[in-house]
Design a protein around this ligand. Sequence first.
Ligand code: NDP
Ligand code: AKG
Ligand code: MG
Length: 423
Amino acid sequence: MANGEKITVQNGVLNVPDHPIIPFIEGDGTGPDIWAAASRVLDASVEKAYQGKRKIVWKEVLAGEKAFKQTGEWLPQETLDTIKEHIIAIKGPLTTPVGGGIRSLNVALRQELDLYVCLRPVRWFEGVPSPVKRPQDTDMVIFRENTEDIYAGIEYAKGTEEVKKLIDFLQNEMGVKKIRFPETSGIGIKPISEEGSKRLVRAAIRYALKEGRKSVTLVHKGNIMKYTEGAFKNWGYEVAEEEFGDRVFTWAQYDRIKAEKGADAANEAQRKAEEEGKIIVKDVIADIFLQQILTRPKEFDVVATMNLNGDYISDALAAQVGGIGIAPGANINYDTGHAIFEATHGTAPKYAGLDKVNPSSVILSGVLMLRHLGWNEAADLIIKAMEKTIASKYVTYDFARLMEGATEVKCSQFADKLIENMA
Ligand SMILES: NC(=O)C1=CN([C@@H]2O[C@H](COP(=O)(O)OP(=O)(O)OC[C@H]3O[C@@H](n4cnc5c(N)ncnc54)[C@H](OP(=O)(O)O)[C@@H]3O)[C@@H](O)[C@H]2O)C=CC1
Ligand SMILES: O=C(O)CCC(=O)C(=O)O
Ligand SMILES: [Mg+2]
């Protein structure tokens, strides 16, 4: 089956042939260097784990600068169709200009395929340099909503007809008096829906139950944005209690018990729930969360949040375990089975073509993909090789500059060493 076969889905369950065709986007900037390294590591792990019985058949699809050069389009329809058809894909980073130009292709891919969960696990590998004293205490899994929020792209530039119309509507029909400088404002709109929030929190709770995690924390700024972020929190508690009633204990329940029977009774109810192995569903306001992940990381486990908070939190948490050179991710629709695996970081343009940056984020995104396919033996080989390689201080520049006695290697050499360490 040299040409490979398509992955299919039935009732949300993947059917993975031994030679699945998996589309990949190489990415812009450092993408080509990283992808060359990552694909070699993924292939080697599959070869070693299954002795030739299984093999990924890679199929390149175009997006970003390479697509624009070859087709005149940034995100060709053919790319979207191919990914839709093959269910699973993996990608390198794509450039988004700031303050004008094309809108994010990364966001477009997520929205077009309705990949509503951006899953970003954050764990520490022994030996990785970190700015915190106990990086091993950070072990969280971010569920970032991936299709709504200000990422919906409803935004109008200062001085345009659109923004004038919108401001006029807000002032004259909605009675808005608080636009401080109406003549020179741009306006962005933040849609957050009940469906979008509930499907995200549902996925986070299911994950927590399946993986034996202890808590799901809803992170929001609901004190300020009451009907978007505050509503997200309320809908999160609703879905937890309505759909997972006997397997969770929520802080909304805690508050009700406290109001009725006092704090001791509420504490006792939570203690009992923890003892019974129930998932604690709690919430925290986003600003203090960013302090507490540093000061009390052990208190957080699965984190469910909206798009913008999730974007900030992803990079902040990645820093605690060694930075975005080692921060993987997956964009998933749990209903259709579609998923695109990608790193948390971007194109790091100043390092493009230097064979320099850390390929671990895309490699670990590949590990998430292998696990998603059920190919755990290959995934385990990569994790073991990564642990061994980092422990031997054979690392790319980002880790080398923070480690004593490290051997700094190129992106491709790091991949070579991982492959060697699979043996
Ligand atoms: N999903 C995606 O495709 C994403 C795309 N982007 C896009 O990428 C472009 C650049 O964004 P920018 O904000 O500079 O963020 P980047 O993540 O591209 O880079 C910021 C810094 O992070 C470090 N870094 C990034 N990648 C690696 C790596 N593989 N190994 C080691 N260190 C790494 C480097 O730090 P240092 O210089 O200190 O070594 C780099 O200068 C923008 O167009 C942005 O929109 C951004 C995020 C995600
Ligand atoms: O699309 C982009 O350019 C940025 C995306 C991003 O920051 C992310 O995926 O975390
Ligand atoms: Mg980001």
